[in-house]
Design a protein around this ligand. Structure first.
Ligand SMILES: *Cc1c(COP(=O)(O)O)cnc(C)c1O
Length: 884
């Protein structure tokens, strides 16, 4: 490194954040990055120039943060996930920098509306569902709380498919989210690792000792793409490293030499296929070789990267767990541990026992699966073909493990069969979750009820063997994206009534709203904020579907992946029942009906026929009802296409009611209920996943719950199966009008058959009467505004526990044993912003970054952050144990 480089100052890249500097950076990027004329820049061009200007601010912090972690030799966590459902980044970055006012003013001066530029950005949809969104929320919390962390995943060229609805039917289109470039990533051609596949293993003698050598057949390069993840009002900025596949030059050269240019180029595109597309996180990818290669590609590159960084510390490899821990988001990255084991034994020459200790101390596993039948498994035939050496190691691990089982339960063949990492059915499989439990020091469920089911139903034998390994950490969501950014109206109101903006960093403060939930003026402002959000959603519905809905109606929302267990079908069956009931009413009776807009959004996996026909039914029902002049505004049904993060950000703040009605015992968590509660939406749910804890926090009388409890599900199922369950006549009536063709000629027979003849596995017919009853209670409650508003305020007040900050703190303290490492640096929050929040401190006129910074207010926020880590939680601890 030429040390004179240090003395060159870059005037245009100093981190100035005042309005004039922002304008200059923007114009700089228009002229030099985009090479366009100032007078000739469209909205997309303006978005890109703006995003680059924001990125410059982030890169500065991001480099400093990495350097700070390195210099201080802190222990770090690597978070491994096959999915990151990030959504958009521009607003998040600007808000986390505390600069929304300044950026808004600068854009206005240049003739743009900041919010319109936000809309230009494509969602980064590198995930399918809650699991991927969880990883994104966790990154935000880890950055905000200054934890030394790295995110690792894959840079898919095509994210979650783009959903279009034609004639009520779902069509899937490729989601090429990189079409307009991705200003948030930095391509790191300097960080590249070889990844090997296939080939054979041979036992060889090295220095007189037997040694297993792997001769792989394919080599593909993993190139790093880094995305800075800014924390909220902190200088710390983390890194999300996503790997992209690239053909390896030397491998191709061999083929060129053999004179076969075209098949060699064919291999090139083959290599790039590895990170081409995201597989949905459910059974539809089962057994796909490319998915297995994706998983190994991700973890091998990540492990090589962790080792490279660890080696810089010059410590012995046996110390690895003291500096690095690895958290696996579900069992998909489990091969990371096997890859590390392989490198320690085969490359570093460590003994099996020593190497095994290292991986056990470093790795931990979050399980997201509820039903045993959904646990991930890979055919051994495929594993042996793609990763022969890893398969050897898995056999070896299993051999040692089964000896332990045998010691604990002598001669218990049942235990050995159940617990073995290898499933010995006619086709043999590797059980990834069993493998993960064996090689990790900790395994956690994602809600209390889910963790209990893991102990008693999913992994009872493992729990008996290693009770100390099993933990429960309830998921959370980030209040920055889901409240502050998505719902500015309500956020400002909360700041005003709590008299501090620091709830965004300490969500437990929301509980103070409960005290004020009866105050008339708060209720009035609260419902006004909700109304503004409903108008915005109504505008979006009209723009998208050409349908007018009234913001005076109750907005009743169910948005999530479309799946039988999530029971959108129960919802639409009730809607049909509601429709036929209203139609049979006199005019007098109709006056008493609570008008509703029932809003759905969600994607079905492309090969999941029943889920797709549920989407068809919802759309067909909406056509009939919305065009029925006789019904008018009493009932509308809306299916918004292409559910994604940015759509959720519009819908959630506008919901009066949200539905989370999975059959009890089928949803591990369900994080969207947390987002809804934070936004003052009242919950209608079954006692499943997160709803159990939400209803405890919010108060059972303030949420609407119904339906079979998890412990009763098995007996109800058998009653249904044996035809012993008397089906509700209203339920049967709905099925017959569907059958009769009232909602189109589409063949709904498979759907109806999934409910009849003892096939109703998800217990729709069983829960239907209770569902109708609770819907009546909801209609009645909505008619009493102060009752409804109070429930709404209490929903927000009770949601403090569900901040992902709390989840991450538990992971850090209980599993990772890491501490925050805060790189100090200027935090830029404009004085206008703080005073608009009602935080009036002494303005000491400190000129940081060209604009006066309200130091007192910032210190106050910083103090709250300090409290966050110790003293404040003392008062909370008396209310509820965090299990710390
Ligand atoms: C939160 C979220 C999810 C998870 O929703 P659940 O209702 O918990 O299944 C899925 N997709 C998106 C886009 C989300 O924001």
């Amino acid at each position: 490194m030429h040390h004179w480089l240090r003395h060159i100052s870059l005037p245009s890249y100093s981190p100035d954040t005042d309005v004039k500097s922002i304008e200059k950076f923007f114009v700089h990027h228009v002229e030099y990055t985009l090479a366009r004329y100032r007078g000739n820049i469209n909205q997309m061009g303006a978005y890109r120039a703006l995003a680059m200007s924001v990125r410059d601010r982030l890169i500065e912090r991001w480099k400093d943060t990495q350097l700070y972690f390195k210099k201080n030799g802190v222990k770090r966590v690597a978070y491994l996930s096959m999915e990151y459902l990030i959504g958009r980044s521009l607003q998040n970055a600007i808000v986390n920098l505390g600069l929304e006012e300044n950026f808004s003013a600068a854009m206005k001066n240049l003739g743009y509306v900041l919010e319109d530029l936000y809309e230009q950005e494509a969602d980064a949809g590198l995930g399918y569902s809650g699991l991927g969104r969880l990883a994104a929320c966790f990154m935000d919390s880890m950055a905000t709380m200054d934890y030394p962390a790295w995110g690792y995943g894959l840079r898919y060229k095509y994210g979650m498919f783009y959903q279009k609805i034609k004639n009520g039917c779902q069509f899937e289109y490729p989601d090429y989210w990189l079409e307009n470039g991705n200003p948030w990533e930095v391509e790191r051609l300097d960080i590249m690792y070889p990844i090997h596949f296939y080939g054979t293993c041979k036992m060889e003698m090295v220095d007189g000792k037997p040694h297993m050598a792997w001769y792989p057949q394919q080599k593909i390069l993993a190139v790093a793409y880094d995305t800075p993840i800014p924390g909220y009002l902190t200088y710390n900025t983390l890194n999300l490293r996503l790997w992209s596949a690239q053909p390896s030059k030397e491998f191709d050269l061999d083929q060129f030499n053999s004179g076969d240019l075209y098949s060699s180029l064919g291999d090139r595109s083959h290599a790039e296929r590895i990170t081409a597309v995201l597989y949905p996180n459910d059974s539809s990818f089962e057994g796909k070789e490319l998915r297995l290669k994706q998983q190994y590609f991700m973890v091998s590159a990540t492990v090589q990267d962790l080792l490279r960084r660890f080696r810089e510390s010059k410590r012995q490899l046996t110390d690895f767990p003291e500096l690095v821990c690895v958290q696996m988001n579900d069992s998909h990255p489990t091969l990371a541990a096997i890859e590390l084991l392989r490198i320690l034994i085969d490359v570093e020459g460590m003994s099996y026992d020593e190497s095994y200790k290292v991986i056990c101390k470093s790795f931990s596993f979050t399980n997201h699966v509820v039903a045993r039948s959904n646990l991930e498994k890979w055919s051994i035939e495929l594993m042996e073909k793609v990763l022969p050496r890893h398969m050897h190691l898995i056999y070896e691990i299993n051999h040692h493990f089964l000896q332990q089982v045998e010691k604990k339960w002598p001669n218990d063949q049942g235990k050995l069969t159940h617990m073995s990492i290898i499933e010995e059915s006619p086709e043999r499989y590797v059980r990834m979750a069993n493998l993960a439990i064996v090689i990790c020091h900790s395994v956690n469920g994602v809600t209390e009820i889910h963790s209990e089911m893991m102990r008693t139903e999913v992994f009872p034998d493992f729990f008996k063997l290693w009770p100390e390994r099993f933990l429960s950490i309830t998921n959370g969501v980030t209040p920055r994206r889901w409240m502050l950014e998505a719902n500015r109206e309500m956020s400002d109101l909360i700041t005003k009534w709590l008299r501090t903006p620091s709830w965004t960093l300490n969500l437990d403060l929301l509980s103070d709203l409960a005290r004020q939930s009866d105050v008339g003026s708060l209720q009035k402002q609260w419902s006004l904020a909700k109304h503004i959000n409903k108008e915005r959603l109504a505008g979006y519905i009209e723009k998208t579907l050409g349908l007018k809905v009234s913001p005076e109606s109750l907005f009743d929302v169910q948005i999530k992946r479309v799946h039988q267990y999530k029971r959108q079908l129960l919802n639409i069956i009730y809607v049909i029942h509601r429709y036929t009931t209203i139609k049979s009413m006199t005019i007098e009776e109709r006056r008493k009906v609570t008008p509703r807009v029932v809003i759905f959004a969600g994607k079905a996996a492309a090969n999941y026929a029943i889920a797709k026909s549920i989407i068809q039914l919802i759309n067909n029902v909406s056509v009939v009802i919305n065009n029925d002049k006789n019904i008018g505004d009493l009932l509308k049904v809306v299916f918004l296409p292409n559910y994604c993060v940015s759509l959720a950000e519009i819908i959630i703040p506008a919901a009066d009611l949200s539905q989370h009605i999975s059959t009890a015992g089928t949803e591990a968590c369900g994080t969207s209920a947390m987002k809804f509660a934070m936004n003052g939406s009242i919950i209608l749910g079954t006692m499943d996943g997160s709803i159990v804890e939400l209803s405890k926090e919010i108060g059972e009388t303030n949420v609407f719950t119904f339906g079979t409890r998890a412990y009763d599900v098995p007996s109800r199922r058998s009653a249904v199966r044996n035809g012993e369950w008397g089906v509700d006549s209203r339920f049967e009536a709905v099925l017959s009008v569907i059958e009769r063709g009232d909602f189109g000629s589409h063949d709904f027979a498979p759907l109806l058959n999934s409910l009849r003849y003892g096939n109703d596995y998800y217990l729709l017919s069983v829960d239907f009467p209770a569902y109708v009853e609770v819907q009546d209670n909801i209609d009645a409650a909505y008619k009493i505004p102060n009752l409804w508003n109070k429930k709404s305020i209490l929903s927000t007040a009770g949601s403090g526990k569900f901040s992902s900050d709390r989840s991450i703190k538990q992971y850090a303290n209980q599993i990772w044993k890491i501490k925050p490492a805060r790189r100090s640096g200027p935090i830029s929050v404009s004085a206008e912003r703080l005073s608009s929040l009602g935080v009036i401190g002494e303005n000491v006129g400190n000129m940081v970054s060209g604009s006066p910074i309200n130091v007192v207010s910032l210190e106050r926020l910083a103090r709250e952050r300090g409290n966050n880590d110790n003293s404040h939680s003392a008062s909370l601890r008396s209310q509820r144990p965090l299990g710390e």
